[in-house]
Design a protein around this ligand. Structure first.
Ligand SMILES: [Zn+2]
Length: 87
């Protein structure tokens, strides 16, 4: 059986002023398996930089938070903007 997939937290909504309805946008995502719960936990990279990726069921830390979250956040936001422009 395929493991179930779930969000670690609700993904953020985009600001309608940033993207018109129907236009594509870019968000970097990642995921990690929780062996104890047999689920795959998915998250936006920008959300896990500061607090890591935690399993929403057992609250185990699946991926650690970044050592330099501010720096990474700036880089990820810049990359998302650049990629959105290419769509
Ligand atoms: Zn778990």
């Amino acid at each position: 059986m395929e493991p179930q997939a779930t969000w670690s937290a609700e993904p953020e909504r985009v600001d309608p002023e940033d993207y018109a309805a129907g236009s594509p946008f870019v968000r970097q995502m990642t995921w990690a398996p929780c062996a104890a719960c047999e689920i795959q936990v998915h998250a936006m990279v920008a959300q896990i930089l500061f607090r890591g990726l935690c399993c929403p069921r057992c609250e185990d830390m699946l991926l650690p938070a970044s050592d330099e979250p501010e720096e990474w956040l700036q880089r990820i936001l810049r990359e998302e903007d650049e990629m959105a422009e290419q769509l």
